[in-house]
Write a protein that binds this ligand. Structure first.
Ligand code: FAD
Length: 401
């Protein structure tokens, strides 16, 4: 079979949630999901895996168990889009045609963009929670830190998924050292290309206090430029507002948690559906493509200016499903649903401490709870550790929440 009514590219958070909701709709459309991986990952758990709270296996399940009833799984990878002819090309040499296309391939990790990084990963104390295989190494390296050591944490200048993740593991490392009684004997440094610790002042104030409490040194306008693994040295570029390099600075490390530069998947970038930055060019409210009305996108690959998180996907998926079904029924979006940019970032600030940042396109706080969420709370830590994973596997991926 080479034609499906709805084709979904990517069976991650966004792809499966949309597929499940479409299949649960009245008069459900025929759905095919193109996804190469046999595994499905709950990536938000990787922060806690890196901190030794969970084993990595707790974040992974079989993809097959989450393909909704009635949907077809095409285990292949899309390599090219042909939106003028309503078809996609796969690595396995197949051409799949569609009436409606949902693009949900996530974000691409560009490890190669930093010389020396890829070769050093998993060795010399160089790690990253952005890869399933490496998160356990973060925990290993963290435990090996000893007095006199230096732990460095970096954030790239590109958009990243979960903007808080580069910091969360730093706070957990600091708290781990505090518990071992050596926090004041290990240097902790955070390097960010930005000039603020967090984009929303209400939450930035809380984080500034956390940074002070742990004695973390923050370096603004710094970007990781090279990793010299065997020497355990990281090279940083200090940049001006225009992004020009002013100075090169070399820091010795015993632990380096690096977050790779990230961009839209290459097959999106190189296709006609991309905007100038490479993301899928969709309307930020309806999530419908601005030039190809039968194409929708959501999740990390979508060209919407929200913070890229699974929490955002939870609010985007019902919008995509509603609007796609409207188009199918009426040939136009007669009564469209709108996504308001909601995103949420559970900022873990220590073992048992979490600040739940929730906000919209205008960076307006959008708290789901009737108390001050800009404060560190144990209850919100429990939400992240137990409630959200349960919600993800049992409700969200089943199209029920
Ligand atoms: P993904 O879930 O990444 O899925 C993309 C899928 O597309 C993958 O299965 C991939 O195999 C597939 N794919 C890729 N290329 C192709 C292709 N060419 N053809 C077919 N399929 C393809 N979010 C939160 O809400 N809260 C958090 O606390 C949080 N913490 C995080 C911590 C870390 C360390 C990381 C890495 C992420 C975190 N996130 C968090 C972000 C969250 O995981 C993502 O935003 C979310 O998974 C995005 O969903 P997606 O479907 O767009 O992408």
């Amino acid at each position: 079979k080479t034609h499906y009514e709805v084709v979904i590219v990517g069976g991650g958070t966004a792809g499966i949630t949309v597929a499940a909701r479409l299949r649960r709709a009245k008069n459900p459309p025929e759905v095919a999901i193109i996804e190469p991986s046999t595994k499905h990952y709950y990536q938000p758990l990787w922060t806690l895996v890196g901190a030794g709270v969970f084993p990595p296996e707790a974040s992974v399940r079989d993809e097959a168990d989450y393909i909704p009833p009635g949907a077809t799984w095409i285990q292949d990878r899309v390599v090219a889009l042909d939106p003028d002819n309503d078809r996609v090309q796969t690595a396995g040499g197949r051409t799949i045609e569609y009436d409606y296309l949902v693009l949900a391939p996530g974000i691409q990790l560009d490890w190669d963009k930093i010389p020396g990084l890829k070769e050093s990963l998993g060795k010399y104390g160089v790690t990253s929670n952005y890869a399933y295989e490496l998160a356990p190494y973060t925990w290993q390296v963290m435990q090996q830190l000893k007095p006199g050591d230096r732990a460095l944490f970096t954030q790239p200048s590109t958009p990243v998924k979960c903007g808080g993740a580069p910091q969360k593991i730093m706070y957990l490392t600091a708290d781990h050292l505090r518990r071992r009684g050596i926090l004041d004997q290990v240097e902790i440094h955070f390097f960010t290309p930005g000039v603020v610790i967090f984009g929303i002042p209400e939450f930035a104030r809380t984080l500034e206090k956390v940074i002070e409490r742990y004695g973390i040194q923050v370096h603004f306008r710094h970007e990781l430029a090279e990793v010299r693994g065997p020497q355990q040295e990281a090279v940083f570029h200090l940049k001006d507002e225009q992004g020009n390099v002013l100075e090169e600075r070399v820091h010795r490390f015993n632990m380096l948690h690096a977050v790779p530069p990230q961009s839209a998947p290459d097959f999106i970038k190189h296709s006609k559906v991309a905007n100038a930055e490479g993301w899928v060019d969709v309307d930020k409210y309806t999530l419908q493509h601005v030039r190809y009305p039968n194409i929708f996108a959501l999740g990390d690959a979508a060209g919407t200016p929200n913070a890229k998180t699974g929490a955002a996907v939870r609010k985007q998926a019902p919008v995509v499903v509603h609007n796609l079904l409207q188009l199918r029924e009426h040939g136009a979006l007669v009564n469209p649903k709108h996504y308001n940019g909601y995103s949420s970032c559970p900022l873990v600030t220590g073992y048992g401490k979490l600040v739940l940042a929730e906000f919209d396109y205008d960076n307006r706080p959008m708290p789901s709870f009737p108390f001050d969420t800009t404060k560190e709370r144990y209850s919100m830590y429990l939400l992240k550790k137990y409630v959200l994973p349960w919600l993800y596997w049992n409700l969200m991926l089943r199209g029920k929440a």
